[in-house]
Design a protein around this ligand. Structure first.
Ligand code: GTP
Ligand code: SPV
Ligand code: MN
Length: 600
């Protein structure tokens, strides 16, 4: 019986590449028996294969080939309309006890979860092709780099993984004879939200995702492996997996500072990581470079210094609002070899989305495939439409982006999307205070996750949907990591999104954020001036270069203003988090809160 089954399995597989070790073979066999695909394709990540897959995806209607003169190597994908963002309520961490995942995660007992998902995966690839996608997260040779293998029945996922990860034979090489790889099993199933589960089994280094083809739900190397599983590993092994961009900032005198910043989904990481400084800064010789735009893996080296890598090899970036004024580097990234998801198609095979140009096109096919005109009352593109582009397309890619030794980190920034209450920038008094600021980070929800948009929620370290274990232990981990550091990065808090009574942004944002970044860098090196306030260290108007902006000293003071009554309400709203953690809160958090209340 067993022989018959595995004979059948091997018949479907065709030739297994010689480098594939026995642990992988055994697991893939099991998945074949469960999913029963008609055909199995072992991906090698090579150019010939990629070309073939694109052709096939077009033939199957998965992708639309765009105007190759204007957008060489670019394709459009329209997702299922019920599958346009991460599904946080359908995302589970599966561990023996619920206490391991804490109050901020959905939990299932592993045996029950496997049983439930097995009924969904059972025969789900009949009539379909199973792709086996080997990949590495992190620069090859980095001590933190991790191998994953994703099994999927979605060609869209295969092609996206090819851009977002170091995909192909390199992974078999990195893995060698080891069993140490993340087993990622994915099927789009029938894309039914009632049969959709994204389950993580940290104790088995395993992810099972069913029923969605979208981004973070389906590209399992990204949020599932590189944040949820990795954060859990980092906790055991003294490193950190964070929802952070990594950028380099070089001053005119050549001094280079690397900065990490955690902003929640669709709150400005890609934009900040690719920032183009204002003219004056460029003339003076400032240079900003990108290491990563979404995820950072952070450790402390032998010398007690903080270092970080970007585990990804591409960007899965928000499209709406991106244009040659707001983010020219992102526009350059997505000019070639890019997959667009859920934007509008123009008659000449070019694309459009809200905010691309001031003048909308006369007509288009919208993201749902319907004819669209500017006055039809609908948006042409989904608010969470995305581009998938290789990092090497980025004109300001940092030379060390692929360095296995990572880059040093000297400042950490937390930021949320807050139209009220929260000032533009301030610095934490110290690490513990900084961790408190990160832990109590609030942000208005966005279209990156399904559910209501614009509601303030607590999003600790911008990691609420991505911490793969108990948030109590996660916060303790942040406090403990400090003990390994000789000198710790300085911690800052920013808010680019504060609005006036008429709903206009008080701060111009985007490239102009350079002015705030300059102060942050100078503070991180112990140079710039700051005044002590109830919230932390703050720049005075004369401490930030405002020349060339229509923002005077008075305006700046109102962007930075702290209304004591508003802030008391803010602290009350943090109760949401504190109550969830009742009794489990690290004492540092309780003290910080008491001190803040006393200061106010
Ligand atoms: P994920 O990929 O979901 O993790 O998001 P992200 O943090 O990389 O967000 P991204 O940079 O793509 O920004 C999302 C939205 O925020 C876009 O609509 C931007 O236009 C807007 N945005 C980014 N930076 C700024 C800024 O400085 N000011 C204002 N007002 N809006 C900004
Ligand atoms: C996010 O939601 O934070 C993203 C997009 O970066 S996704 O890959 O869908 O998670
Ligand atoms: Mn993200």
């Amino acid at each position: 019986m067993t022989t018959a089954v595995s004979d059948r399995a091997s018949a479907r597989q065709g030739a297994v590449p010689a480098q594939v070790n026995e642990h992988v073979r055994k697991w893939v066999d099991e998945c074949i028996q469960l999913c029963q695909p008609d055909r199995v394709v072992w991906c090698d990540g090579g150019k010939a294969e990629t070309d073939r897959f694109y052709e096939q995806a077009v033939a199957e209607g998965v992708l639309v080939k765009l105007n190759q003169q204007k957008l060489p190597g670019c394709y459009l994908h329209r997702s299922n309309q019920n599958d346009v963002a991460r599904s946080e309520h359908l995302t589970f961490i599966c561990t023996p006890s619920q206490d391991m995942v804490g109050p901020t995660n959905n939990w299932m007992e592993p045996k029950a979860a496997y049983a439930k998902l097995k009924t969904l995966f059972d025969g789900c690839m009949k009539g379909r092709t199973m792709y086996v996608v080997p990949f590495v997260m992190g620069p090859i040779g980095s001590p933190l780099a991790k191998v994953g293998v994703e099994i999927t029945d979605s060609l869209y996922v295969v092609l996206n993984m090819g851009i977002m990860t170091r995909m192909g034979e390199v992974a078999w090489k990195q893995l060698g004879d080891d069993d140490d790889f993340t087993r990622c099993l994915h099927s789009v199933g029938d894309v039914n939200p009632d049969r959709r589960y994204i389950c993580h089994f940290p104790l088995d280094n395993t992810i099972w995702s069913f029923g969605s083809g979208y981004g973070g739900n389906a590209l399992l190397g990204k949020k599932c492996l590189a944040l949820r599983i990795a954060s859990w590993l980092g906790k055991q092994q003294n490193w950190m997996a964070e929802h952070m961009l990594l950028m380099g900032a070089q001053k005119p005198d050549g001094e280079k500072t690397y900065v990490a910043a955690a902003f929640p989904s669709a709150c400005g990481k890609t934009n900040f990581a690719m920032l183009i400084p204002p003219k004056k800064y460029q003339q003076d010789g400032w240079k900003i470079t990108t290491v990563g735009d979404d995820i950072a893996w952070i450790w402390v080296n032998e010398d007690g210094l903080v270092r970080a890598i970007n585990p990804e090899a591409g960007y899965f970036g928000v499209v709406p609002g991106t244009n040659y004024e707001s983010n020219p580097n992102a526009m350059e990234c997505m000019k070639r070899n890019t997959i667009y998801t859920n934007v509008a198609l123009l008659p000449d095979g070019d694309l459009w989305w809200e905010g691309k140009t001031k003048e909308p096109p006369k007509e288009a096919i919208d993201w749902t495939g319907q004819p669209w005109t500017p006055d039809c009352g609908r948006k042409s593109s989904h608010p969470n439409s995305r581009f998938t582009a290789p990092a090497i397309n980025n004109p300001v890619l940092d030379p060390a982006w692929d360095d296995p030794r990572g880059v040093p980190v000297q400042a950490i920034i937390f930021g949320g999307r807050r139209s009220k209450t929260i000032p533009l920038v301030f610095q934490a008094f110290n690490w513990v205070h900084g961790v408190y600021l990160g832990a109590t980070l609030g942000s208005e929800t966005t279209a990156a996750a399904s559910g209501a948009v614009g509601v303030v929620r607590r999003d600790p370290m911008a990691m609420l949907p991505f911490i793969g274990y108990n948030i109590r232990d996660y916060l303790v981990h942040w406090f403990r990591m400090r003990k390994l550091m000789n000198d710790c990065p300085r911690i800052f808090h920013v808010n680019w999104f504060r609005k006036d009574d008429k709903g206009r942004f008080l701060w111009p944002g985007f490239g102009e954020n350079m002015r705030v970044l300059e102060w942050i860098i100078e503070r991180a090196h112990g140079r710039a001036y700051a005044k002590e306030t109830v919230l932390g260290w703050m720049p005075r108007p004369q401490d930030i270069h405002l020349d060339g902006l229509s923002i005077g000293a008075k305006d700046f003071e109102s962007i930075q203003s702290v209304d004591v009554e508003e802030f008391k309400a803010e602290i009350l709203s943090q109760e949401e988090l504190f109550l969830k953690l009742a009794g489990d809160l690290p004492k540092e958090m309780v003290f910080q809160r008491e001190i803040l209340i006393a200061r106010l």
